[in-house]
Ligand binder design. Structure first.
Ligand SMILES: [Zn+2]
Length: 63
């Protein structure tokens, strides 16, 4: 039986440098929330995964 390798994609939050892991690759131009600082992060590139912190009230930015 083949081993199941769980592939996760990681990226760093440009605001707090926390490592974010994604089990599914987010699509370009989608939005993610940093679980550490609550920054609204736009996916500017999916491969390699690149996030940009933008000033938009997508997430609750008030942790
Ligand atoms: Zn963050």
């Amino acid at each position: 039986m083949a081993e199941q390798i769980q592939k996760v994609t990681t990226a760093r939050c440009p605001r707090c440098q926390a490592r974010l892991t994604f089990e599914r690759l987010p699509g370009p131009d989608s939005w993610e929330c940093c679980p550490e600082c609550g920054a609204s992060l736009r996916v500017v590139s999916a491969r390699p995964l690149e996030l940009r912190w933008e000033d938009r009230a997508y997430c609750d930015d008030d942790y």
